[in-house]
Design a protein around this ligand. Structure first.
Ligand code: AMP
Length: 220
């Protein structure tokens, strides 16, 4: 089974990726994390990626496609995998389709976690982080035990610069501009849209049903 997970910042994609990986015993592969690992390891690719990522740009399709093609050849991907953050452009989606056909792999299940913008902004502006240990809180869904203080070390919680409302709206706009054409390319009949505005376990149930429906042959 091959799962592609799409969703705007703040939609709970990370949580759902972990759930899906555990539920279906497949690795969750994030291209962003792969690039960050390359940067950390100081490889040649990492040096190229570092400047592009710092400027908020995209790594070239050629490099990204190659890193994905290599990663999904690993033994842990033999019975399937989940991709988060890829494809990010229509040419990447086209390349990926060709790659799957060449390797005789099944069509991907395309999942789109949809959340309305007002709710995303409310969620993201409620996010707080401990500057000392990095722990993330949410004033709406996961507040600290003592208002404004980290449960672990008592440090004063801060809002991250990229969680300010104007920045969030900018990030959401960029997300829609980038992802809209990819979802359109796959087509409405292929994309499984899930309402991400609910509790994470309800969203997970819906996603699980969509995956099972798409991958288990029907009895008829
Ligand atoms: P993410 O963690 O998914 O937000 O990715 C962090 C950064 O990695 C992005 O801002 C891009 O610079 C780069 N990146 C991740 N995935 C891709 C991709 N599919 N194509 C191009 N660049 C990517």
């Amino acid at each position: 089974m091959i799962l592609l997970l799409f969703g705007p910042p703040g939609c709970g994609k990370g949580t759902q990726a972990v759930f899906l990986a555990e539920r279906f015993h497949i690795p969750a592969i994030s291209t962003g994390e792969m690039f960050r690992a390359e940067v950390k390891a100081g490889t040649e690719l990492g040096r190229t990626a570092s400047a592009i990522m710092a400027a908020g740009g995209l790594i070239t399709d050629e490099i990204t496609n190659a890193i994905v093609a290599s990663r999904i050849s690993q033994p842990d991907c033999a019975s399937g995998f989940l991709l988060d953050g890829y494809p990010r452009t229509v040419p990447q989606a086209q390349y990926f389709g060709r790659l799957l056909r060449e390797r005789g792999l099944p069509e991907p299940v395309v999942l789109h976690i949809d959340v309305n913008e007002a709710l995303l902004v409310a969620r993201l502006t409620s996010r707080r982080q401990c500057p000392a240990c990095g722990r993330i809180y949410n004033l709406l869904s996961q507040p600290p035990r003592v208002a404004g203080r980290c449960d672990v070390d008592g440090a004063e919680l801060i809002a991250r610069a990229d969680d300010q409302e104007a920045t969030i709206r900018q990030r959401l706009k960029a997300y829609h501009e980038l992802t809209g054409p990819i979802l359109q390319w796959y087509g409405e009949s292929v994309v499984h849209k899930v309402d991400g505005g609910r509790a994470p376990d309800l969203v997970a149930k819906d996603i699980e049903c969509a995956v099972l429906e798409a991958t288990v042959p029907s009895a008829t």
